[in-house]
Design a protein. Structure first.
Length: 390
């Protein structure tokens, strides 16, 4: 008797490997929902904190793992690697989407010998590639060599968010036909709509993790300069430290900042619209980004931007179109740009309107989701449902 052929699965299986459940919900949800609508069976492997229920409620299959983001312990690394490999073998995905440098390394090693396609998403190149610290300089050559090996695998592809990162990854030897650029993770432009300028004192807001590499120290210095000039500018800082990151602002320093006049530490803000209801200008003086969601959201809400002239920031913050760009770590230039925008209501309005148009045209959730799913289809050789029908 001839055995029945192996049944073909009704849906291609897509797995997201992400360090934190909140990061999946914040930065990968639009593409995951679009993939689900396009007929993919979507799984999420991540460390679960508070968003596991929300992930499952959306119809995704959740696989919790213990994950020590930022750890350099060999034992922790090996435990994560073995846990991911066990899940890959059990799920048997057609495509795995590794989100970030650490998941790309762990996931690629875990996929060794398995037939799945690996999409390694570099959402910025991370602390090791951007920091000038001794630790980063020591680790960088080793990590670069490992990435060069893993990213050049025949079943691997790489996704970046800006042309500068494209150039950096191409230098690792990744072929052009396996290297792709899709900007950002998608913004809900139906929920985030232009918000009228508030009354009261001129207010500048930073949204993001409280890291030195995000330029928060330079921003506080710029605010001190503005206070010395009697500019009357209020600064709001929304976000929390990241203990897993070596350049996280320590609690003692934050406590000092909290005593500064006209400076408010908001912590985590669940609904970002609450920030832009009370702030006139968005600021991000970062040293490097992938494509910062905080600026995309601010632009969607019609806020003008002051940002560093660095990779990632300048993809959404376009000088003299919707933003003023300044050199990183230059508190004097940062203070001057903030002061210029504070004193020119017409310029703020023009920048805000232009930023909203850029987000709608290039970075909306449906637009980014469709681009990403088209890439998934291409990588696994799948024709979208309905393709070729009259």
């Amino acid at each position: 008797m001839v055995p029945d052929p192996k049944p073909t699965r009704a849906k291609p299986v897509l797995v997201y490997l992400v360090t934190e459940d909140w990061y999946f919900m914040s930065h990968r949800l639009p593409m995951a929902l679009e993939a689900q609508r396009a007929g993919y069976d979507v799984h999420v492997i991540t460390q679960v904190d508070s968003d596991g229920g929300a992930i499952e409620a959306l119809g995704f299959r959740l696989h919790p793992i213990a994950w020590r983001r930022g750890s350099i312990s060999p034992l922790a690394f090996l435990a994560s690697l073995m846990a991911v490999r066990r899940l890959y073998r059990a799920i048997a995905p057609d495509l795995v989407h590794h989100v970030g440098v650490q998941p790309s390394i762990v996931g690629s090693l875990a996929a060794t010998g398995l037939p799945c396609v690996r999409l390694n998403a570099m959402a910025g190149l991370g602390f090791t590639f951007t920091s000038a610290s001794l630790k980063a300089r020591v680790v960088r050559p080793v990590l670069g060599a490992l990435l060069r090996h893993l990213l050049r695998h025949p079943r691997a592809a790489v996704l970046v968010q800006n042309p500068d990162d494209y150039g950096a990854v191409s230098q690792l030897g990744v072929a052009a036909d396996r290297l792709f650029v899709i900007g950002g993770s998608g913004v809900d432009t139906d929920r985030l709509v232009p918000i009228p300028e508030p009354g009261g004192p001129m207010t500048v807001a930073f949204v993001g993790r409280l890291l030195d590499d995000k330029g928060v120290r330079a921003l506080v210095q710029a605010h001190e300069i503005l206070l010395e000039r009697n500019a009357g500018v209020r600064l709001l800082i929304a976000g929390e430290p990241d203990p897993a990151n070596p350049v996280s602002i320590p609690p003692a320093e934050l406590a000092q900042w909290s005593s500064h006049p006209n400076l408010g530490l908001l912590g985590h803000v669940a609904d970002i619209r609450e920030v832009w209801k009370v702030a006139h200008i968005a600021v991000l003086p970062s040293r490097r980004e992938g494509l910062p969601k905080s600026l995309l959201e601010a632009a969607a809400c019609g806020r003008p931007i002051v940002a560093s002239d660095v990779p990632g920031c300048r993809e959404i913050a376009r000088h003299d179109i919707n933003a003023l760009l300044v050199p990183p770590d230059d508190a004097i230039a940062l203070a001057g740009a903030i002061e210029r925008l504070c004193g020119d209501a017409a310029l703020r309005r023009r920048f805000g309107e232009a930023g909203r148009q850029i987000v709608q045209r290039e970075f909306s959730a449906p637009h980014v989701g469709r681009q990403t799913v088209a890439l998934y289809d291409r990588l696994i050789g799948r024709k979208p449902p309905g393709h070729g029908r009259s």
